[in-house]
Design a protein around this ligand. Structure first.
Ligand SMILES: [Fe+2]
Ligand SMILES: [Fe+2]
Length: 366
């Protein structure tokens, strides 16, 4: 698919990546020294496949070393298979609907909400520290000394990609764990699941597609892989135990986590609009993304892609806040249910038709 055409993607590497360890992302390319960010352009060019079953597109790193490395996950050609489409088809989003998506916060109402919110704040603080993402401090410093703020805190394409890849690699965990536990619970207790599993597994699938999309733009180095491995090991087990103890708190936790995801992608879109991410302005979405989101012709830029991903995150935010409002044992999943009065009231949908950033209350949907 992608292997037979020429594609160009840019990754910017800056010396001011906050955590030095994260510099390993692009295969250990070391930033140069100097008072201003020194940029090294990484240009990806896919060549023709060498032979069947071992398609090895190559990309040139236009750096001093001029290395040749493999594409991160090339499409394998097969004698009989033409195409393997996604198992879950993505709902169609209109541009108008996606432009309505934005940051939102659901106020805490009980101790369970507080626990969820505190956990998200702690995790977010830790990641900000590790990845050098200090948006609030950057804004404060920018008022007094814009040059210093840019040098110290400005996010660039590479920093955002590091953050996106790391976050998306853990974002697919909760839906899979929750879906798995509800599946096992249903069999163990010999009770119906009420349609929750499908939505939860689809959410984790969608998050993994976000990761696959970003991996078409950058190749993680060994340090990032270890970080992802460690984070997945810890997060999977922590979420597994937490979900057994309080599934309601876990859904609220994911709801708050997705609030942060919407915020991050909103800032990325705003930075593109402000002209701060030059290479992303010119970049086109990878084929994988175009097909998965059904991106229409003329709306396949990096900015368009971020609009789709942000909209997905807003849907996860709404779904999880809604699920946290329900009786975990007995209530049906409103997102896969049909209603007795579909014409008179708005009801939860998989697409962006009725957006409820803070979730639907139980008495509205059950
Ligand atoms: Fe995501
Ligand atoms: Fe998400």
């Amino acid at each position: 698919m992608q292997c037979t055409r020429t594609t160009t993607a840019h990754t910017i590497i800056s010396k001011q990546s906050a955590a030095s360890a994260f510099r390993a992302l692009n295969g250990g390319v070391t930033p140069t020294s100097g008072s201003r960010p020194a940029f090294i352009l990484v240009q990806r060019q896919y060549g023709a496949p060498r032979r069947q079953f071992s398609v090895t597109p190559q990309r040139h790193l236009k750096s001093s070393s001029n290395l040749l490395i493999k594409e991160f996950f090339p499409v394998k050609e097969s004698e009989h298979i033409k195409k393997t489409p996604p198992a879950w088809h993505h709902p169609i989003y209109s541009e108008e609907q996606m432009n309505l998506v934005g940051p939102s916060h659901r106020a805490t109402r009980n101790w369970s909400d507080w626990v969820a919110l505190i956990m998200v704040r702690v995790l977010r603080g830790g990641l900000d520290l590790a990845s050098g993402y200090k948006h609030d401090k950057a804004i404060a410093l920018n008022k007094n000394d814009p040059a210093a703020a840019t040098q110290k805190f400005a996010m660039n394409e590479r920093k955002y990609l590091v953050r996106n890849i790391f976050l998306e690699s853990v974002a697919g965990v909760p839906g899979m764990v929750a879906g798995m536990l509800r599946h096992l619970h249903s069999m163990r207790r010999m009770k119906r699941d009420n349609g929750w599993m499908e939505t939860l597994l689809e959410e984790s699938y969608n998050e993994r597609m976000h990761l696959m999309t970003f991996l078409k733009m950058a190749e993680p180095g060994w340090f990032m892989r270890i970080m992802v491995l460690g984070a997945q090991g810890v997060f999977f087990n922590a979420f597994f135990v937490s979900y057994l103890i309080s599934p309601r708190t876990c859904h609220r936790f994911v709801g708050y986590l997705e609030e942060e995801a919407v915020l991050t992608y909103t800032r990325e879109i705003e930075d593109i609009d402000a002209g701060k991410l030059n290479s992303w302005e010119k970049m086109q979405a990878p084929d994988l993304a175009v097909q998965y989101w059904n991106m229409p012709e003329g709306h396949r830029s990096m900015r368009d892609l971020l609009l789709y991903i942000r909209a997905d995150e807003s849907k996860h935010r709404e779904v999880n806040h809604t699920l946290a409002n329900l009786d975990q044992e007995n209530d049906p999943n409103p997102y896969v249910s049909s209603y007795k009065d579909p014409a008179h009231h708005p009801h939860p949908t998989k697409d962006l038709l009725h957006q409820r950033p803070q979730g639907w209350e139980r008495d509205e949907v059950i």
